[in-house]
Design a protein around this ligand. Structure first.
Ligand SMILES: Nc1nc2c(ncn2[C@@H]2O[C@H](COP(=O)(O)OP(=O)(O)OP(=O)(O)O)[C@@H](O)[C@H]2O)c(=O)[nH]1
Ligand SMILES: [Mg+2]
Ligand SMILES: [Zn+2]
Length: 318
């Protein structure tokens, strides 16, 4: 028996980095799936094992292994899975675990190519915030910024309360500051396809040689260079997780009443609303709406909030 950590999952193969530093290809015995499907009689979750999980493995004679035990997760980053036929109840959507046991999430966006989209960033931020994992923003491709938009969005998200790194993987700008910040931690890179997640990781840790795409491919939809999440030990206790670009993001497990908690800039106001059930939409005496009117909360962030509120089904915990 050995202990290790799940670094990659490819269909039914689980790649475990053992404590001794070796990669062992493992299978997941059927008994885990059976346990999983008990309870409500339906499968509510998709991912029994996720990248980042700590596991115990029984070794086979041929060097492969079989997962025997999965440790409880310290935390997990989730999103709603795409709709699966027969996999859900009343159209409710399942939870997809992107990775577990993470210290830092870096939400990566490029300033252009693809153009920065604050609505998309805000959606990803909500999914990240609801996992209660320390969240940061990277604005990449600043070498392509011809109109100092980078500075605008950096200030914008710093005002919300985030640490913002501005980088160019191409010209190696902002890399050492990022390197210092993430050393010794488990760091996950998340964001849309083509923003440069893999490229920034390659510049941070040149021995990685993660696959990266061609810029021209990203003007046409559906290009994903990275296809599965991969966790890499990059030295000492530092791990990075490169993830496939997200095209559509729906945060998982959030109710209307809770959504505002994941907008850091709303949090100082929400206790001052007249009704404690306020969803900050049309209710009288709403302190959040007052703050928007007084320019204390930006209209862009409020619009993002209303957009997201609209996508949460009434009374559903999904
Ligand atoms: N000009 C410029 N191009 C960059 C920069 N970073 C990445 N690119 C280019 O952008 C394209 C996409 O980069 P990737 O690193 O593959 O993007 P990704 O976010 O990993 O994409 P997915 O794996 O599909 O999610 C590649 O052509 C990179 O060379 C940058 O800082 N400046
Ligand atoms: Mg990639
Ligand atoms: Zn309110």
């Amino acid at each position: 028996m050995i202990k290790g950590r799940v670094t990659k999952i490819e269909s039914k193969d689980y790649y475990i980095l053992s404590d001794a530093g070796e990669i062992v290809r493992c299978s997941l015995p059927g008994k885990f799936k059976n346990q999983f499907n008990k309870g409500k009689g339906k499968q509510y979750k998709l991912d029994i094992v996720a990248v980042g999980d700590f596991v115990t493995v029984n070794l086979n004679k041929d060097g492969t292994g079989s997962i025997a035990k999965i440790e409880e997760r310290k935390n997990q980053l989730s999103r709603k899975a795409l709709r699966l036929k027969g996999g859900s109840v009343r159209g409710e959507r399942l939870e997809q675990v992107v990775a577990s046991n993470i210290d830092n999430i870096f939400i990566v966006s490029s300033i252009v190519g693809p153009k920065i989209n604050n609505k998309v960033i805000d959606r990803i931020l909500v999914a990240a915030e609801s996992s209660k994992i320390n969240c940061n923003i990277i604005i990449n491709k600043i070498d392509l910024d011809k109109s100092s938009k980078t500075e605008y969005w950096k200030k914008f998200y710093e005002a919300v309360g985030y640490k913002v790194f501005c980088t160019s993987a191409l010209e190696k700008i902002g890399i050492s500051e990022l390197h210092t910040y993430l050393t010794g931690k488990v760091n996950l890179f998340w964001g849309a396809s083509g923003v440069g997640k893999s490229s920034v990781l390659n510049v941070l840790f040149p021995h990685l040689s993660l696959k990266t795409g061609r810029i021209s491919d990203y003007s046409s939809k559906g290009q994903h260079t990275t296809v599965t999440s991969i966790m890499e030990l990059v030295g000492g206790k530092t791990f990075v997780v490169d993830t496939p670009g997200i095209r559509e993001i729906d945060p998982f497990g959030i109710q209307k009443i809770d959504l505002a908690h994941y907008f850091l800039d709303f949090v100082p106001y929400i206790d001052n609303c007249k009704f404690n059930t306020c969803t900050h939409f049309h209710e009288p005496g709403c302190a959040v709406i007052d703050a928007v009117e007084n320019d204390e909360i930006s209209i862009e962030r409020y619009e993002s909030y209303i957009n997201l509120l609209d996508t949460i089904e009434d009374g559903m915990n999904f």
